[in-house]
Write a protein that binds this ligand. Structure first.
Ligand SMILES: *Cc1c(COP(=O)(O)O)cnc(C)c1O
Length: 361
């Protein structure tokens, strides 16, 4: 099999998606699956819909486009902040988009009108994490403007926490979103279908809260794919944390000194690394580096040490693993590594699932 590669276990992803949908549904919250970390991969998207997920969300229009042409049977939501320059494509490929700028909403309205479409929007509210969203005090005025647009349907309010500022989604934050939804509905005589409370980081809030309030949607990426909640990276009970493995191949194995010799300056990434002298040691090179994966987010399955990496090499201390040139080493990945590996064209994506073994895919 080619290396470097990422092995994707679709069965584990399906299990995770089903378990999370069931968990959140126990308090009447539906989940949409956020696919940005899997770079719009069609096999994975199909697995998510087979697990019963009916809405997929991505921050790249190119990924939504791929889902459309791949005939993925789901509603498509564009998350992140939509670009003015992409308004036409957004209306074509997304059923719903997150929004926080009236100029963009106006342009979406114009494009939707031209195409004879109704475009749905979820208005994002800033609640302290300081990434996207309108300030709550601007909500009334913004809604008033949106309601003037005949080709735009305001279908919900949303917020996003724990992404930029690391602010936790607490009862207080969620209650504030519920309260804003109530106020808007009363004031403007409308019904909001989605009150979208956040992402995988809402897990602890969900488990402990006594009042879900109006929150009826969460947008879940990391917990489906990696089986953890992202605030403390604890495993969620019964979820798989090993749906993805990164596999790289040994291209050199030699005994060499443990510290570089000569006049030392900066390395490829502008660092001046410091090494410990352990005399001569075995050193192996893996034929993958920063062009393939975020090396600092790899956790080896074997007892080896990663000594460092450059664009396309990773140097390891093989310890007592008795490696040979041509051997493969496997790693678990964190979110940043998964994102990089799925995005890198140099990393092959392979699927090892019961479907594949049974010849269904
Ligand atoms: C990435 C993202 C998500 C999903 O976050 P996870 O932590 O992967 O669950 C949800 N909402 C928005 C707006 C995002 O950008």
């Amino acid at each position: 099999m080619p290396t470097p590669r990422i092995e994707v276990d679709l069965t584990k992803i399906k299990d995770n998606a089903q378990a999370l949908a069931e968990l959140y549904h126990s308090k009447n919250i539906s989940i949409c699956a956020v696919t940005k970390v899997i770079c719009g991969n069609l096999s994975i998207a199909r697995t998510l819909t087979e697990a019963g997920i009916t809405m997929l969300a991505d921050s790249k229009i190119a990924n939504l486009k791929r889902f459309r042409s791949g005939q993925i049977d789901a509603e498509l939501l564009l998350i992140g902040t939509p670009l003015l320059s992409q308004a036409s494509e957004i209306v074509i490929y997304a059923d719903i988009s997150h929004n926080s700028e009236l100029v963009v909403i106006d342009e979406l309205a114009k494009q939707a009108k031209m195409l004879g479409k109704m475009h749905q929007i979820i208005l994002m509210i800033e609640l302290g994490d300081l990434r996207e969203g309108i300030m709550p005090e601007d909500l009334d005025a913004t809604v008033r403007e949106i309601l003037k647009l005949s080709s735009i349907k305001l279908v919900g309010l949303g917020t996003n926490l724990a992404c930029f500022g690391g602010i936790e989604p607490t009862d207080k934050k969620m209650d504030r979103l519920s309260q804003l939804a109530d106020e808007i509905e009363t004031k403007f005589h409308l019904h909001l279908e989605y009150i979208s409370g956040g992402n995988s980081a809402n897990y602890d809030w969900f488990k402990t809260t006594k009042h879900i309030g109006r929150i009826n949607q969460l947008r879940i990426g990391e917990s489906i794919f990696l089986g953890v909640e992202p605030l403390y990276r604890q495993r969620i009970p019964n979820l798989h944390t090993d749906a993805f493995s990164f596999v790289s191949e040994v291209s050199e194995l030699k005994t060499k000194p443990s510290i570089p010799y000569g006049i030392q300056a900066q390395n490829a990434f502008s660092h001046t690394p410091i090494f410990k002298d352990q005399g001569n040691m075995q050193r192996a090179i893996l034929a993958s580096g920063m062009q393939d994966v975020d090396v600092s987010g790899l956790a080896p399955e074997n007892d080896i040490n990663i000594l460092g990496s450059s664009s396309d090499h990773t140097v390891i201390d093989p310890k007592n693993t008795h490696l040979k040139v041509g051997d493969e080493l496997r790693f678990n990945l964190n979110y940043a590594s998964l994102l990089a590996a799925m995005t890198s064209p140099y990393v092959q994506k392979t699927f090892n699932s019961i479907y594949e073994r049974e010849g269904i895919l």
